[in-house]
Every structure is written in C-alpha cells, then in structure tokens.
Design a binder for this molecule. Structure first.
Ligand code: CA
Length: 109
C-alpha cells in the first residue's frame, strides 16, 4: 500500500509546493489540495496507516514532523511550530497524538 495508489501524483506535488515556504503549512488546505478530503473514510484510514510509520496505531509528534516527506521524500520537515499546530488541530482528546478517528475527523470535516 502506498500513497500513490490513493492520491493523484500531480495533486500531491501541488499540495507540497503550496506549503514550501517556511511556516506556511496548513493541514486543512493540504488535505484539500492533495485530494484526500474528497476520499472515502476507508482511503483516509489507509493513508493514516502509512503516516503511522512505526505502526503504533497513533501518529505521534515525531511522525507529524516528517509528514510531508511521507508524501514526497524531498519535501521539507515541518517546523516545531507547524508540528504543534497540526497536532493541536487534530488532537481532540489532548493525549498528544493523533488516533485514526481524530485523523478522519480532521481530514473529512
Ligand atoms: Ca505512531
């Protein structure tokens, strides 16, 4: 399973390019531009599984930092500020990590 089987490469490239400038990353915008916001909950869950690099069942801060690189190996890492904002935007129960329900809610809402 890879992201390219779920998302269109052009849309992903466009979403990455859109947040190239430091501190310009916005999760909601990224999910819209890359096309994930229009996918089924099942597809969003598959993407979650890819982003959960260590298979812990949660996306932790360390995984969020390298979020863009999961989509494109040459993309930049997120700044600490962007990582925190991303986490806060999704972490509804404030446990410091993103579960699959929280991820689906953020992407599809
Ligand atoms: Ca994890």
């Amino acid at each position: 399973m890879s992201l390219s089987s779920i998302l269109c490469a052009d849309a992903v490239a466009c979403a990455i390019k859109d947040c190239q400038a430091p501190d310009s990353f916005c999760p909601k915008k990224f999910f819209q531009v890359c096309g994930l916001a229009k996918k089924s909950p099942q597809d969003v869950k598959k993407v979650f599984g890819i982003l959960d690099n260590d298979g812990s069942g949660y996306i932790e801060e360390e995984e969020l930092k390298f979020f863009l690189q999961r989509f494109c190996p040459t993309a930049r890492a997120l700044s600490d500020k962007e990582t925190k904002e991303f986490l806060n935007a999704a972490d509804d129960d404030s446990d410091g990590r993103i579960g699959v329900d929280e991820f689906q809610a953020m992407v599809l809402s």
